[in-house]
Structure formats: structure tokens, C-alpha cells
Design a protein around this ligand. Sequence first.
Ligand SMILES: NC(=O)c1ccc[n+]([C@@H]2O[C@H](COP(=O)([O-])OP(=O)(O)OC[C@H]3O[C@@H](n4cnc5c(N)ncnc54)[C@H](O)[C@@H]3O)[C@@H](O)[C@H]2O)c1
Length: 339
Amino acid sequence: MELTNRLVLVTGGAGFIGSHLVEALLNAGARVRVLDNFINGRMENLPPLFYRYPLQVIAGDVRDGPALTEACKGVAVVFHLACLGVRHSIHSPKENHEVNALGTLRTLAAARASGVARFVYVSSSEVYGTALRVPMDESHTTFPRTVYGASKLAGEAYARAYYHTYDFPIVIVRPFNAYGPRCHHEGDSGEVIPKFVLRALAGRPPIIFGDGSQRRDFTFVKDTARGILLAANSEAALGETVNLASGCEVSIGALAELVLRLTGRTDLRPQYAPPRPGDVQRLFADVEYAADLLRFRPSTPFEIGLQNLIAWYQSLGRRPEELLEEEQVSNWIPQEFER
Ligand SMILES: NC(=O)c1ccc[n+]([C@@H]2O[C@H](COP(=O)([O-])OP(=O)(O)OC[C@H]3O[C@@H](n4cnc5c(N)ncnc54)[C@H](O)[C@@H]3O)[C@@H](O)[C@H]2O)c1
């Protein structure tokens, strides 16, 4: 679908990936509405609300039917990203389900009622659980290890049910781990790459949970956002499910070494801590379907993306030690119980 001058809704648009998607959509000439409750999103992630940007921001919750109805009014495409993350699901499984699974069902219902022409559901590689064979194509078994993965899979099931029952035009994308500017180092949103980078910049060793042999397929966030946008463009993608990833894997141990090299801190050695519950051992995507269906190929090599993230942290004008005050080391444990 041509997006120029179309009104599109991005739920979770003030978040990490959502804000890059908003930027890509504005660059593509779309008019963008964001619905976000700002639990983990930030106003400063979005372009300033000057008159020249066709951008509108609604502070609202995907658990709130009337807010969703308002947000979907006049919208051609919904990109549904609002969610709570994997570590949140470990300490608060029911709330995670309510936002991720039930919130998706509510968003689908509001979008259908207002006659939206395309619904892009942003799922996650966590629906797969750990790799049983690699590379993992979209027919790989879905056996999530966490309530987060299960709730994202429930969202997929609801989206597919809407497609088959109501002929509602959905597309499901499954991003693998994303990294880049505006990623999270703080609280239970904190991800491995920003935590390693900030700690190295502050002269502290990276902390690896488990033995570091876990492998991930990391994608630069601007590539992920471009893939999500392309899912709205492709007619062939209707009703389909497609991976968005780089198609390269790296172990967490090797990642720690690479971050130490790129930050000039090879004097530091990683520290090891007990594994995180529900951690997935290996994710490594087959990216051929995305190339065929969406004409999507990521374009940012891993080292370049990491250098970009390091430069972004250095450009913030805040000392890494100060940013690390927001870090929670074992960030799946409710803070009051952490020793
Ligand atoms: N970051 C990754 O590596 C990754 C990988 C795979 C899939 N995803 C998916 O991409 C999407 C975005 O993830 P992200 O990494 O940008 O996370 P994020 O936390 O930065 O973004 C999620 C946004 O949703 C908002 N939100 C949370 N609960 C809400 C609610 N009840 N109502 C309205 N807004 C709410 C948050 O404030 C935040 O801005 C999610 O759907 C996630 O499952 C992310």
C-alpha cells in the first residue's frame, strides 16, 4: 500500500523500535499518529512536534477500549508494537499477558471496527523458543520459553484468526533482537548490547548471565524499522508471517569481546553470573522469505551498527556512570527483592 499522505497509527511509537518506525514513516510521506502510555517510551524519542511534521501523539493505553477507538479513527494502517518486555514477564506474568496478548486482541477489534486497511502485528523471535534447527525459517516450531514469548504468540494467533474469520488484512513480522540508538539499558527493559556498551564506556566489565555460549541474530534498529514498514507495502504479504533479522549469529561471549575492542577497553574481562530463567540458547534466522516477500535485506554490518550505538551514547552529553545508575543488573527480579 502506498503510504504517502496516509494516516497511520503506531502503537508503542515512543519506544525504541517504534520511534525509528515513526521516523521512517514520516520520511516516506505518511501522516503518523502515535498511541503510547509512556511506561517505557519517551517523548524525546520522537521528532519534535513542530508544525512541519505530520505527527500526532496520544497518551493512552492499549488496554483502554475508548482510547483505541479514538486512536484508530481515520487510520489506513495500524502498526502494533505496544508491549511489555521479556524480563517484565518474569516478574509480572499476568500484566504482561494483559498488555501483550489481550492488548493485541483489543487493538485488532478497534482497528477492524474503524475499517483499517492494513494491520501489521510486530511479533518477536521469542515465539520460537530456542532453535531446534538453523537457520530458523518461519515454519520452525513455536515453543516459547517465557510468558512474554507466549503472549507474543497469542497476539499472532489473534491476528491470524482475524484474517481467517473476518478477512481482516493482517501481516505478522517477527523481528529478531534489535539494537541501536534509543535502545534500553535501564530497569527491566535493559538489553544485553546497551548494557555491555555502557559498562565498557564506564570502565566496568560486561556481566554475562550463563556461560556466554548463547547465540543471537542481532539487527540494527533502522533495518528492523524498514522491514516493518515494508510489510505494509507488500500486497503479497497479506496473511503471512515473516522474520526480520540479519541472518548472522554471534555468541554473547564473542559480543562481549567485540564491545570491549570497539570501546578500546580490552583491559576489562567479562564477569559471569548464573543464567537468566527462560533464557533462549540460540536464535539464528533464515531471512530468505523477507527478501522474497518484502524485498527486505538488512544493510548495516554488525560492527558498523555497534559503532553507531557507541557514538550515540557518547553524543548524549551524559556520563556513562550516570546512565548506569538506571541499570538493574539482574533485571528480571523485582527490584525490591534483588540483593
Ligand atoms: N527490541 C527488540 O529486540 C525486539 C525484538 C523482537 C520484537 N520486538 C517487538 O517490537 C516491539 C517494540 O519493542 P521495543 O524494543 O521498541 O520496546 P519498547 O519498550 O521500547 O517499546 C514498547 C512501547 O510500548 C509502550 N507501551 C507499553 N505498554 C503499553 C500500553 N499498555 N499501552 C500503550 N503503550 C504501551 C511503551 O511505553 C513503549 O514505548 C514490541 O512489540 C516487541 O515485542 C522487539
